[in-house]
Design a protein around this ligand. Sequence first.
Ligand code: AMP
Ligand code: GLY
Length: 425
Amino acid sequence: MDILVVGGGGREHAIIMKLSESPRVDKLYCAPGNGGISKYAECFDVPATDIEGQVALAKRLKADMVVVAPDDPLVMGLVDRLNAEGFITFGPDSKAAIIEGSKAFSKELMKKYGIPTARYEVFDDSEKAIAYLKEQNSYPAVIKADGLALGKGVIIAQSEDEAVQAVKDMIDDRKFGESSARVVIEEYLTGPEVSVLSFTDGNIVVPMVSSMDHKRAYDNDEGLNTGGMGTIAPNPCYTPEIAEECMEKIFIPTINAMKAEGRTFKGCLYFGLMITKDGPKVIEYNCRFGDPETQVVLPLLEGDLCDIFESVYNGTLSQADVSFKDECAACVVMASGGYPLSYKKGIEMHGFDDMGQVEGAFVYHAGTKLEGGRFLTNGGRVIGVTATGKDLQTALDNSYKAVSKISFENAHYRHDIGKKALNIK
Ligand code: AMP
Ligand code: GLY
């Protein structure tokens, strides 16, 4: 099969590497891709959100399958268009992708079907939202933009002043454009967080190995929220008992609810969970593979990813082999100095071989470009350095050893990825 992967970050690099292991895969294409990916797949300069451009590319390449990885094109309906043209696709259509595209939708779905989540209200009028905050008078309060906001649309307000400001910024000043025309205000929950990616063909749901993200920019969970500064898998908080409870109360009810709503979800459904003292609750759904969760989950996958994708599309996931190695994985993200705020691009990177790799780990490229044989930085999150091992400590040691070999001006990474997980064990 010739497969086109839409997207161009570390997650897409991980998907491409796993697909390349399949004996069924012939050519791999990526659009837009990046410097590192271009060593493994032919890249095309078509933005992921250029829906008609992507459809035209898939036709020109005569792709046998198109994998749509990022949230924006999924919510915008790229899979709908590709399906209409007869392509085999991996990813939900826009009717199902709304589970990530609108937090108001996902909260209402959970309420209607009794899926555990934080209590909430939805507002599109800032005065009403502020009146509600004053009436609740409970801080921290959680204020979320309804739509997609590059992972930056969630504010944990510590005081009434901060909460009121967040509401005004979002609803009145449209801080995230139309994505923040509506906001969800929800109860603040506490407990360890777990990411669970799953495959679902709409009939059954098959969870992948659990993982833990590290969202804050600096060590000890300080600094701003980012897209994710590192991950480990499996997540030690996710015990077999909790996994069973999640399956029964969250995973199966969610796919059944989507089907009942006429929004059958096919693809990777990501459950962002918090293990509270009252049991696991949903913090968010994503309609896609997480980034950088994918960079620790897929290296542990034993089954053939091409077979799995095809079975999701055909509704025959029950026949696919989705098994995971009994090992651990760790991914340390090296970012540009300044990220998640402003940062410089185009800085030369050192320490790689010709393929953009270093010994002892696999480097997933997120924001790099290749110019005259040199790798340059080209984004906020630049690379994700991943290693596996028989236990978490070994995986982390290998990953950090590889990180120490790579350098670029103002490189920034967290030194404590996996520390929390090691303390739990
Ligand atoms: P989200 O984009 O919805 O995953 O939110 C980003 C982060 O904000 C989550 O990973 C949590 O750490 C935090 N968060 C979101 N909702 C809540 C909540 N109801 N209570 C506490 N923390 C939350
Ligand atoms: N790492 C979190 C996400 O992909 O949204």
